[in-house]
Design a protein around this ligand. Structure first.
Ligand SMILES: Cc1ncc(COP(=O)(O)O)c(C=O)c1O
Length: 491
């Protein structure tokens, strides 16, 4: 198998590049000599040792080149703008990486006794305090590994709370039609029936429609503010009141908290339970469903229902506390993704209260600036025309050109910029969901808007041609990746 000189879609596997006898690393022959253990079988019995490992045999340089070629096939926020609305690829400051990668962090083991990791536990305790302060909640459990898992924990809390209150018959959760797909999925996984709440022509949920949908069967409502159209829900307090009056709990999907930081708190709006996507708001790696972090927080009356462990303070000591009386149990090992949590803590400490407030102000400013730089004829908005956007703007790539959102998205790849999120939220035709975040310089926002405008023009005039043409891999079959999903296991 030939070794290529540049990134190509058919990059061979390491196994295919392997040649017998080639070595890339020198393993010490007598690793135990310093312990005076000449016979390794004293540690690993001969019967349990493998004589031969079927590993690829290559030089260190070949391995390095292989992985460099693979990395060049990728796009990252460290290469160019990555304005994926809703999924938010936010720049992660290097200082947080350095802290998370420090020796003391890397060598900590989850099974170490609490007394030996007091520093780390104190950081998590403090992080929990910060998250509570920012959201207006009483306590958080940090353990859940993604926004979606935070949601799942939240609806399990609703379920257990209602069971304990003698109302297991409350089996409906209201979810707006603009919600992220994980909302109805989490509610259904927790055993609830999902009741869809329509958005009006301004893209918002009206309290009157919630009032008409609640009943004796209402367990609660999952509500995203600002919503996935990037719009603040102006009747959020009235919606919370309507659900509370009906006997349900209010769940805040805090994925878009990056637009709210320091300006408004879900706890003050009337929410009982919150999850935060640390990657979106506090600049940590995302991880598809993990390994990220989606802490879940609650008001005082629900603290005992949080997933365990939580980090508690007992006198002068910090402990992993498994003793919450009504806890929904454990959803993830130990305290959660400690290196991700540590990055979020570092980000908060780096910026302080006023810095965090600036983060959301800048994210909102950038989203509105970019939106207003788009050709309104080419990229109209379908909902809330006159309303200012928060952290993201959702536009339609003009719909007489079917499939145009996807084509424009691909054309952006040719310009060395990542596409916006496409075809979400589902209530917008040919949706392009653009979230520049607070980190991009003005010139980049201008370049991005110009790129979208030019791509649209070229598409309309028929001069765009096949896109993308400059990427390692061209058009892929987007549907085939998941339908039918055929997983093969080779033993
Ligand atoms: C509004 C909203 N809710 C929930 C989620 C799910 O979060 P995660 O991808 O961390 O599971 C997302 C994704 O970023 C989101 O945008």
């Amino acid at each position: 198998m030939k070794e290529f000189r540049q990134a190509r879609w058919d990059e061979p596997l390491l196994k295919e590049l392997s040649r017998p006898g080639r070595v890339g690393t020198l393993v010490p022959i007598e690793p135990l000599a310093h312990k005076n253990l000449k016979d390794p079988s004293l540690l690993v019995p001969a019967s349990m040792r493998r004589e031969r490992l079927e590993l690829p045999e290559l030089s260190e340089l070949q391995v390095l080149r292989h992985f460099n070629r693979l990395s060049q096939m990728n796009f990252s926020v460290e290469l160019g703008m990555y304005p994926l609305g809703s999924c938010t690829m936010k720049y992660n400051p290097k200082v947080s990486e350095a802290i998370a990668g420090s020796d003391s962090m890397r060598q900590a083991h989850p099974l170490q006794p609490d007394e030996t990791v007091q520093g780390l536990l104190s950081v998590f305790y403090q992080l929990e305090r910060y998250l509570s302060e920012v959201t207006g909640m009483e306590r958080f459990s940090l353990s859940t590994a993604a926004g979606a898992q935070g949601e799942f924990a939240g609806v399990l809390i609703v379920r257990k709370f209602l069971h304990d209150a003698g109302r297991p018959d409350r089996d409906e959760i209201l979810v707006p039609d603009s919600a992220h797909g994980t909302n109805p999925a989490s509610a259904a996984m927790a055993g609830f029936r999902v009741v869809k709440v329509p958005s009006d022509s301004t893209g918002q949920v009206r309290a009157s429609s919630v009032e008409s949908l609640v009943s004796e069967r209402t367990a609660g409502m999952m509500f995203t503010v600002p919503n996935t159209l990037g719009l603040f829900e102006s009747e959020v307090e009235e919606v919370c009141d309507a659900v509370h009056k009906a006997g349900g709990l209010m769940y805040y999907d805090g994925a878009n908290m990056n637009a709210m930081l320091g300006h408004a708190r879900p706890g003050d709006m009337g929410f009982d339970i919150v999850h935060l996507n640390l990657h979106k708001t506090f600049a940590t790696p995302h991880g598809g469903g993990g390994p990220g972090a989606g802490p879940v927080g609650v008001k005082r009356s629900l603290v005992d229902y949080l997933p365990v462990p939580v980090v508690s303070r007992k006198g002068e000591r910090y402990v992993l506390d498994y003793g919450l009386k009504h806890s929904i149990g454990r959803l993830k090992g130990f305290v959660g993704n400690s290196a991700v949590l540590l990055r979020a803590y570092a980000y908060i400490r780096l910026l302080g209260g006023s810095g965090l407030t600036d983060v959301s102000s800048l994210a909102v400013l950038a989203a509105n600036y970019l939106w207003k730089s788009l050709d309104p004829e080419a990229f109209p908005v379908s909902h809330g025309q006159g309303l200012r956007r928060k952290h993201e703007a959702v536009v339609s790539a003009k719909s007489e050109l079917s499939g145009s959102a996807m084509t424009i998205a691909k054309a952006m790849l040719d310009r060395g910029m990542h596409s916006p999120t496409v075809y979400f939220p589902l209530i917008v035709k040919e949706a392009l969901m653009i979230e520049p975040t607070e980190s991009e310089p003005l010139e980049m926002l201008d370049e991005y808007a110009a790129g979208l405008n030019e791509a649209y023009k070229a598409l309309k005039e028929g001069s765009l041609g096949e896109v993308p043409k400059n990427t390692t891999v061209g058009r892929v079959d987007e549907v085939k990746a998941s339908h039918p999903l055929t997983l093969k296991v080779h033993w």
